[in-house]
Ligand binder design. Structure first.
Ligand SMILES: NC(=O)C1=CN([C@@H]2O[C@H](COP(=O)(O)OP(=O)(O)OC[C@H]3O[C@@H](n4cnc5c(N)ncnc54)[C@H](OP(=O)(O)O)[C@@H]3O)[C@@H](O)[C@H]2O)[C@@H](O)CC1
Ligand SMILES: [K+]
Length: 504
């Protein structure tokens, strides 16, 4: 699914209005009514009142449409007009006239107004600013936002939490509505996906407003939100007349004394993600545990007891995962460099593999083209230095991918994948995954898919998606608190089954 900027969304609205022969007021009615339906489904009947805070632009217009439908559904509503400008949008004014003709309480909120008494049984609809916010609101409007944030009622934001700008929030001090839920129109909005701004909305979902499909399909963008429809299309069937050679021989290199588990989880994840064969190279101390806990995985022990000191497999791997639990010893670094001098196939570099890379930048030139690197923000910072905000971080990820011809997976709430040409935000996953070993599992899954001959970008996007989906299914049985990395492996089959069920 594409992600657009504010200017593109305005054009999408314009084209929709032209092609569907409707007025902008009718499009606003469609948007507001559909959002009202969702509210009705999820929040109504409500013990208290609904407070609809409306701005002077079209976001406020949506709020007024919602207020009118709530009133017609016999819900007690109070409209609060947030008078931040003398210039009201035409459609907002038209909707205000309709609301004013009904028996709906309307109050004006100005600089000198005091905040109304809102109780826990009430619901606040935030329709002050949407995608049109272009600068920080006046101090009194920011105060109003902070008052809404401290009132006891639940808060639902229309399109975007007010105070959130489409190109990120201005500094750490910005006042932004903390929404329990944001209903955003038609397409995901970038600031909802970035950590600095996304944290203001606990949840969000999309309300389709039937924008022009040709425009949505043809308008170019760098940003995408990976949804299940796309992933279903990517997932390949396993043909009846295939054999283990058809699904690649994955080679996992990792582990050191005390950290063999990382390599083990990576290998088991590769196996579970469908590799034909999996071999794991671990230091001698890991030999027995690996052989007993995952009998399907072949073990290639190195000569050293505690460390990887040489990587010389007696077969040609189709795909390699390098790094989990490996440590950063100088001998390990030399072994990695020696291996990379002759290996030119698919590679996923993670964890200590990335830490070694940060300490030895000469390793960049030894990486095969389209190597997948999977840093969390801390590892990413060690690779590229600090960034001032989320947008700069995005830019740095894209530039790194382009400059080094790698695929960057930047792990987070909406893990992003970029090849330098596009940025793909993942839609699955949950906070339970913030736990040791989760990354090792992801590395194994991506390496496995690469070995099954998915193209690098597709293997990576699908791997990230399946990893999150598996965790989402797992927490139904175990919760976000109790989720362990090995649960993600155990539920991977359910994730495949889910995607397969959508194929039919
Ligand atoms: N177009 C359509 O057909 C549809 C639109 N829809 C809805 O419209 C929303 C976008 O509406 P919008 O463009 O009117 O902007 P909105 O977010 O309401 O902001 C209001 C105005 O405030 C101004 N402003 C900016 N910053 C400011 C500040 N700091 N302090 C004071 N003023 C400031 C700025 O005007 P400016 O002063 O920059 O000229 C801006 O125009 C969108 O999110 C969705 O909810 C849906 O109904 C679907 C159909
Ligand atoms: K809003």
């Amino acid at each position: 699914m594409k992600i657009f900027n504010a200017e593109q969304i305005r054009r999408a609205d314009k084209v929709t209005i032209e092609n569907q022969h409707i007025s902008s007021l009718q499009l606003m009615e469609r948007a507001g009514y559909r959002l009202f339906r969702k509210l009705h489904e999820n929040y109504i009947p409500l013990k208290g009142k609904v407070w609809v805070f409306c701005g002077m632009g079209n976001n406020g217009g949506d709020g007024l449409v919602i207020a009118r439908h709530l009133y017609e559904a016999k819900q007690e509503v109070v409209v609060v007009l947030v008078n931040f400008s003398d210039r009201r949008s035409e459609d907002m004014q038209a909707n205000l006239d309709r609301v004013a003709a009904l028996d709906i309480a309307i109050t004006e909120f100005r600089e000198t107004s005091s905040f109304p008494e809102i109780i826990a049984d009430d619901l606040v609809i935030d329709a002050v600013f949407g995608i049109g916010l272009s600068r920080r609101p006046a101090a009194w409007v920011e105060r109003l936002i902070l008052n809404i944030n401290t009132c006891p009622a639940r808060v639902v934001a229309v399109d975007l939490p007010s105070g959130m700008m489409m190109d990120g929030i201005e500094g750490e001090t910005a006042a932004v509505i903390k929404a329990d839920h944001t209903y955003t129109f038609q397409t995901p909005k970038l600031p909802l996906l970035l950590p600095g701004s996304g944290k203001y909305s606990r949840n969000w979902s999309i309300i389709a407003i039937d924008q022009d499909p040709d425009f949505l399909a043809s308008e170019p963008t760098f940003f995408y939100y990976t949804d299940e429809k796309e992933m279903v299309k990517l997932l390949e069937e396993r043909p009846r007349f295939s054999h283990k050679g058809s699904y690649g021989h994955a080679f996992i290199c990792g582990g050191s004394y005390g950290k063999v588990g990382a390599a083990l989880m990576c290998a088991e994840a590769a196996l579970t993600a469908g590799s034909g064969l999996v071999s794991a190279l671990v230091p001698r101390c890991g030999y027995q545990v690996l052989q007993t806990s995952v009998p399907e995985v072949m073990c290639v022990p190195t000569s050293d007891e505690d460390l990887i000191t040489g990587i010389q497999p007696e077969f040609t791997p189709d795909t390699v995962a390098l790094g989990p639990g490996m440590g950063k010893d100088e001998q390990t670094f030399r072994a990695v460099m020696e291996f990379l001098n002759t290996y030119h196939g698919y590679l996923v570099l993670d964890a200590d593999g990335l830490n070694i890379l940060a300490e030895h930048p000469e390793m960049w030139d030894a990486l095969p083209g389209q190597t997948v690197i999977t840093p969390h923000p801390g590892e990413f910072k060690r690779l590229v230095g600090a960034w001032k905000d989320d947008n700069e971080c995005l830019e740095m990820a894209m530039q790194l991918a382009k400059r080094r011809n790698v695929i960057v997976v930047l792990k987070g709430a909406y893990t992003l994948v970029t090849d330098g040409d596009g940025v793909y935000f993942n839609s699955t996953g949950n906070p339970g995954m913030a736990t040791g070993g989760s990354g090792d599992v992801l590395t194994g899954i991506i390496a496995s898919l690469l070995g099954q001959d998915y193209a690098p970008l597709e293997a990576t996007r699908l791997g990230v998606f399946l990893h999150g989906l598996s965790a989402d299914i797992a927490i139904r049985d175990t919760s976000v608190w109790a989720l362990k990395a090995t649960d993600i492996i155990d539920y991977l089959g359910d994730a495949f089954l889910f995607l397969q069920s959508l194929k039919r």
